[in-house]
Design a protein around this ligand. Structure first.
Ligand SMILES: Cc1ncc(COP(=O)(O)O)c(C=O)c1O
Ligand SMILES: [Zn+2]
Length: 381
């Protein structure tokens, strides 16, 4: 029986696993889920074909059923042409476009809505750059819970249409996701809806953690040497880094397994983590006037800044930004070299891998996983 508690990522505060927790009341920083005892062995994995295959490593008790729409277990395509281009031994794209509502946000929302339903919340609210809102709308519908979504004006219309299809209430906000976040928090305070903003509740990270568990299983319980992750709020990167530590502690990986170098990919028009990393800071100052067509990366002040920067330092990784033209070019290239319908965020990841290779940052024996976090189709309308 899996049990857990919540630990503040910055201070000694902890809360019981069943608390309706948001950020830490003492310091305002995110809580992380800590399991009581180590995870069971990987023989305990469940024979079902979605991310709940990793139930023993997820926050769910034996008597609960997850709110699931078939998220996860996405393909990891090997791309010899990309490996040749980068001058590395092997390269793959992890194609997260094949999730419900066409992005990796499904994983986090499946975990978060499962917990929120169990806590008996009246409804769910989220600020979004787009894909998280579409995912929450779908999982709210699956759970029978009302959903309210705050998105910036200019969010791709195909994504806004998806949000409406699932019956969520959509509020367009002038500005960026930070402005949407303030409106969402106001609504949550007034109406008692549960706020599932990135890192304001601890469970989306646990769903995103399955990205790391899955890559390990797909590579035969080995890890790549580099992971290039298009980073907005950073939940996936933080989640994978947590997954690698938990797998190591539970003996899921060979003891001599090296953790990958984590590479943050951002757009030059919104690169708070790149700036903070190279200035050796532990917090990222908000980015003024964030602009990029890779809308998932338009996050000027990520609440998980400390956790992202910590993962970069612990993994001996780095953070790189590329410009809009490089993102567009690499998006087309990723699609044409792989057959995957690349999103601009996935294109940014390839563009950053190419920039790193050009700077001599990828050794010729590197094994590189590039994330395509969403679908190109969501941006064509
Ligand atoms: C397609 C896509 N890629 C990447 C991101 C950034 O994800 P994260 O918040 O995990 O950094 C988003 C967030 O909206 C997104 O929609
Ligand atoms: Zn705290």
């Amino acid at each position: 029986m899996t049990t857990w508690h919540l630990e503040c990522s910055e201070c000694p505060r902890s809360e019981p696993g069943q608390a309706r927790a948001s950020v830490c009341p003492d310091c305002g920083r995110p809580f992380l889920v800590r399991y009581d005892g180590t995870l069971p062995s990987r023989d305990a994995l469940v024979a079902r074909w979605d991310m709940w295959r990793y139930t023993p490593a997820l926050p769910i008790s034996d008597f609960e059923t997850p709110v699931s729409l078939g998220e996860g277990l996405t393909p990891l395509h090997e791309l010899p042409a990309v490996a040749r281009r980068l001058g590395v031994r092997r390269a793959w794209v992890k194609d997260e476009a094949l999730n419900p509502t066409a992005s990796f946000k499904a994983r986090g929302m499946s975990a978060a809505v499962t917990r929120a339903r169990s806590l008996g919340v009246a409804g769910l609210v989220v600020p979004t750059a787009g894909n998280a809102g579409a995912a929450l709308a779908a999982y709210g519908a699956a759970a029978g819970l009302p959903v309210r979504v705050y998105a910036p004006e200019g969010t791709p219309s195909a994504i806004l249409d998806t949000i409406a299809v699932f019956g969520a209430t959509l509020q367009l906000v002038a500005g960026h996701i930070g402005d949407a976040g303030r409106a969402a928090r106001r609504y949550a305070a007034e109406c008692g809806y549960f706020d599932v903003s990135t890192l304001r509740e601890p469970y989306r990270i646990e769903g995103k953690k399955t990205l790391g568990l899955e890559i390990a299983e797909q590579l035969g319980w080995r890890l790549p040497t580099h992971i290039v992750y298009p980073t907005g709020g950073g939940t996936g990167l933080i989640g994978m880094w947590k997954a690698f530590a938990e797998m190591r502690d539970a003996g899921w990986l060979a003891p001599d397994t090296h953790a990958p170098r984590m590479i943050v990919a951002q757009a030059e028009g919104c690169a708070p983590i790149v700036r903070a990393f190279h200035a050796r800071q532990t917090r990222a100052a908000p980015w003024e006037n964030p602009i990029t067509h890779a809308s998932g990366l338009r996050v000027p002040a990520p609440l998980g800044d400390t956790l992202i920067l910590r993962a970069l330092r612990e993994s001996a990784g780095t953070a790189i930004a590329v410009d809009e033209l490089a993102i567009r070019d690499a998006t087309h290239r990723l699609a044409q070299l792989s057959g995957v319908d690349a999103s601009p965020e996935g294109g940014c990841a390839l563009g950053v891998a190419e920039a790193l290779a050009r700077d001599g940052g990828l050794p010729d024996d590197a094994e590189v996983v590039i994330f395509n976090t969403g679908s190109g189709a969501s941006y064509r309308s």
